[in-house]
Write a protein that binds this ligand. Structure first.
Ligand SMILES: Cc1cc2nc3c(=O)[nH]c(=O)nc-3n(C[C@H](O)[C@H](O)[C@H](O)COP(=O)(O)OP(=O)(O)OC[C@H]3O[C@@H](n4cnc5c(N)ncnc54)[C@H](O)[C@@H]3O)c2cc1C
Ligand code: FES
Length: 287
């Protein structure tokens, strides 16, 4: 991995691979009862230099470290947003953070969505649950470079209306003339107001009019989603070269040293988390 250059000295800055740099929490916002979004600014206002699809290793000092996907596009400015589900020790500590607090970050790490390969293509962006977090970074990028891409369709699925992330963004994308956006939930509690679809995300794919020769699909979501979404996309005529997935593994170092994230001969932290489907000969085993 190439060391990042220190913008002030111009010298290679290998320390950032292993040593967290300090970031200030600018704001904290509730997405759902279980998920919060943190907007961060790097000490000294330095840019993060991330690309949509990459992740950061986030540390709360004295607690630990965890990989979290970046959920904002670099085209939006020199800040970075992370959507974090309260899952255990580190993420619970993150949920205690307030504006003005500091945390450590290493990264950005991992492969990104190949926006160059997507240029001029129609995009089908399919996410489920927390998968909307990294997908949002790509959607923002595509919004900001609208002329570079063909038709953009966003499909998002969550368990229930309460679990839907980024409701305001989804509403804006649904109203946007430049994007097609559909949201579905698996279940609706009696008495809940819901104006989206009801049912699994796979049900949204067959009615779509897709030109398989000019469409690239991106999938980010819980493991159970991949098999069925991919089956539907192949039935639409998409080849594996035009299907991109982002995978998750338990990680420690994030830089290909510890072996925690191996998937056969691949490291999820270095070779992924973003893969083209034709790079994953045994996807079922890797999921
Ligand atoms: C590339 C990548 C991107 C990620 N992006 C996000 C994100 O944008 N937002 C977010 O909220 N979470 C994300 N995660 C998951 C996040 O890293 C874990 O939830 C976090 O490490 C849990 O740490 P903890 O100390 O709070 O939990 P722990 O106390 O370590 O564990 C709590 C529970 O979470 C499970 N867990 C821990 N790590 C993972 C993992 N990688 N995958 C699935 N389950 C796990 C444990 O098995 C345990 O059941 C991402 C993971 C990866 C690998
Ligand atoms: S997390 Fe250590 S090798 Fe990938």
């Amino acid at each position: 991995m190439k060391p990042q250059a220190n913008l002030r000295t111009g010298k290679a800055q290998t320390a950032t691979l292993y040593e967290p740099f300090i970031c200030k929490v600018l704001s904290v916002r509730d997405l759902t009862p279980a998920e919060k979004v943190f907007r961060l600014m790097r000490d000294g206002g330095l840019p993060f230099r991330h690309r949509p699809g990459q992740f950061m290793q986030v540390s709360v000092f004295g607690i630990g470290e965890a990989p979290i996907s970046v959920s904002s596009s670099p085209t939006r400015g020199d800040y970075l947003e992370l959507a974090v589900r309260k899952a255990g020790t580190l993420t619970s500590a993150m949920h205690q953070l307030r504006p003005g607090d500091t945390i450590g970050l290493r990264g950005p790490f991992g492969t990104a969505f190949d926006v160059e390969a997507m240029r001029g293509r129609d995009l089908l962006l399919i996410s489920g649950g927390c998968g909307l977090a990294p997908m949002r970074a790509l959607i923002q990028y595509v919004e900001d470079r609208a002329g570079d891409f063909g038709e953009v369709t966003i499909l998002y699925g969550a368990k229930s209306p309460d679990d839907v992330l980024y409701k305001e963004d989804l509403a804006a994308w649904r109203q946007s003339g430049g994007l097609r956006c559909q949201v579905t939930v698996d279940n609706i509690r009696t008495g809940t107001c819901w104006d989206g679809h009801l049912g699994l995300i796979t049900a949204l794919i067959p009615p779509l009019e897709i030109d398989p020769t000019k469409t690239m699909a991106v999938i980010v979501g819980p493991p159970v989603m991949y098999e069925f979404v991919i089956k539907n996309l192949r039935q639409k005529g998409l080849s594996d070269q035009n299907i991109v997935v982002s995978l998750e593994r338990h990680m420690k170092c994030g830089v290909g040293k510890c072996g925690h994230c191996t998937m056969g001969h691949l490291y999820c932290c270095l070779d992924g988390p973003v893969f083209r489907l034709d790079q994953l000969p045994n996807l079922q085993e890797m999921i």
